[in-house]
Design a protein around this ligand. Structure first.
Ligand SMILES: [Fe+2]
Length: 497
């Protein structure tokens, strides 16, 4: 410690140097009447401190105090009433890039630009005038090597033994990295294409970026924040969806890609995808929601057009086989209706249900390859004729396999006559080898067929159909699918349309 440069022990020398350096006088941080108080000695420069520090009891305290100042990462300094350094620790030298000899007596204007010097003056002057300390004050310094760094300071007033202000003391910290990070996030926030926002539990916005305002048709984020006082009634096209959203937030804490219709300022309805996270305090109470919205109106419109086009194409395909076999016409629609009801009852995903809808409505498309004499033949079919009909699964697959559906539609059609125990056709698949959608189609197909009239027999009735699937539940038909189908008919009043 003896050989180490010690700012504190070298104090008197620096004070003398400071006297030479501080001329010409800089603009005082304080008012003129306090000019006589400018020459403030540093801590060890004060006679009273020297006297006290000489006493063994206080010597120990002074030593501890010195050790703390020397070892903290934060800079500690004192300035006189015009802002000249009178006392500082090594961290101040490190932060500013000057040696302790250079720094002693240096004025704040020597390491700040004009704008920042003004900020510094105003802050320190306010502390002087009010006597109130301040925290979190940041400004830009220019180091000796020319590098610019941000520092954050707390400032409080220093008084002499008679209670008169004699300068200020500050603790400073280099916050350049934090500032740069904040700046990066600020740029992302401001330039993001998506709307970014924070909102309260009371359904008000507390923060929004320009894109958020733009998406919702407001002139500025301020316009949006001021105008929307109730998100639920003003923004949601269907306010009950807001409640649904809040319930999901309560349960999950994070809701991703919640697609909902919002009302713009001019009343137009748009589709947005909303991803939101809840922020809570340590007691678990909700502080605010933070999230992103994306305008997906164009995508939704395109999707809707494609969906309609696909629906039209599928109906056209279905009608091809239906014109050749009037019994198939109603059959495919009825099977589709029952298959979707079963899928919903099981809890199949919305996306899978969409695929199943398409497959069901054309599941017998392959019958186009079966001569209409066989399809419409009254009476029992011969083995040969039945063999020809059985080809329709493969034919259907062949017709559909090159269509790039977002679902395995061709495979569903291919497998709709497979059976759980491997007794189906055309590939004798078993159990999970068969697509779930195909297992649903199989049950729906059997129930609808048995309950309907056929060219070769009258209807066997719905009860006989349900008994057939119940009897073979878990053997040739999927157990879960059969249970769902039986529940629909026997408990939920489902009827074939
Ligand atoms: Fe079939």
């Amino acid at each position: 410690m003896k050989n180490k440069t010690n700012t504190i022990s070298a104090k008197n020398k620096y004070v003398k140097t400071a006297k030479k350096k501080t001329s010409p006088p800089k603009k005082s941080l304080l008012s003129k009447k306090n000019k006589e108080e400018q020459k403030i000695p540093g801590l060890e420069g004060s006679a009273s401190f020297r006297k006290l520090a000489a006493k063994p009891r206080f010597k120990k305290h002074a030593e501890r105090y010195r050790n703390i100042l020397e070892n903290i990462r934060d800079g500690y300094f004192e300035v006189d009433l015009v802002g000249n350094f009178t006392f500082f620790n090594d961290s101040v030298c490190r932060i500013l890039g000057y040696s302790s000899e250079e720094l002693m007596g240096m004025n704040y204007r020597q390491y700040t630009d004009k704008d920042n010097a003004k900020k510094v003056f105003q802050t320190y002057n306010k502390v002087y005038k009010t006597g109130e300390p301040t925290e979190g004050f940041d400004w830009l310094i220019i180091r000796k090597d020319g590098a610019k760094r941000y520092i954050e300071a707390s400032v409080s007033l220093l008084k002499d033994s008679s209670g008169k202000p004699k300068g200020c003391r500050s603790i400073i910290r280099d916050i350049t990295e934090r500032k740069q990070m904040e700046e990066r996030y600020r740029r992302i926030f401001e330039n993001a294409q998506n709307g970014i926002y924070q909102s309260t539990l009371e359904a008000k916005f507390i923060m929004a970026n320009q894109s958020m305002a733009q998406i919702l048709g407001y002139d500025s984020p301020e316009d949006l924040i001021f105008s929307i006082t109730d998100i639920s009634s003003q923004l949601y096209a269907n306010p009950e969806e807001c409640m649904q959203f809040i319930e999901m937030m309560e349960k999950q804490g994070l809701v991703k890609n919640f697609e909902v219709q919002f009302r713009k300022k001019d009343g137009r309805i748009i589709w947005v995808s909303r991803t939101t996270q809840v922020f809570r305090n340590e007691k678990g109470e909700v502080l605010y929601y933070e999230g992103i919205i994306e305008d997906i109106t164009d995508r939704k419109d395109s999707f809707e057009r494609l969906r309609n086009a696909l629906g039209g194409t599928v109906r056209a395909l279905a009608s091809v086989v239906e014109t050749r076999d009037p019994y198939t016409a109603g059959h495919q629609r009825h099977v589709a209706d029952l298959a979707l009801a079963i899928a919903r009852e099981i809890g199949v995903s919305t996306d899978q249900i969409e695929g199943l809808r398409v497959a069901a409505i054309i599941h017998d498309i392959g019958k186009i390859s079966v001569p209409s004499e066989i399809l419409t033949k009254p009476g029992k079919l011969t083995d040969l004729e039945f063999g020809i009909i059985k080809v329709h699964s493969q034919s259907g697959y062949n017709i559909l396999k090159d269509i790039d559906f977002p679902w395995p539609v061709a495979m569903m059609v291919f497998e709709h006559h497979e059976r759980m125990n491997g007794t189906g056709y055309p590939r004798n698949l078993k159990g999970d080898e068969i697509l779930l959608e195909a297992r649903i189609l199989a049950v729906s197909d059997v129930v609808e067929s048995m309950a309907s009239h056929r060219p070769y027999r009258a209807s066997l009735g719905i009860e006989a159909a349900l008994e057939e699937i119940e009897k073979n539940k878990g053997i040739i038909y999927d157990e879960t699918v059969v249970d769902a189908c039986l529940r629909l008919f026997r408990e939920k009043g489902y009827k074939l349309t």
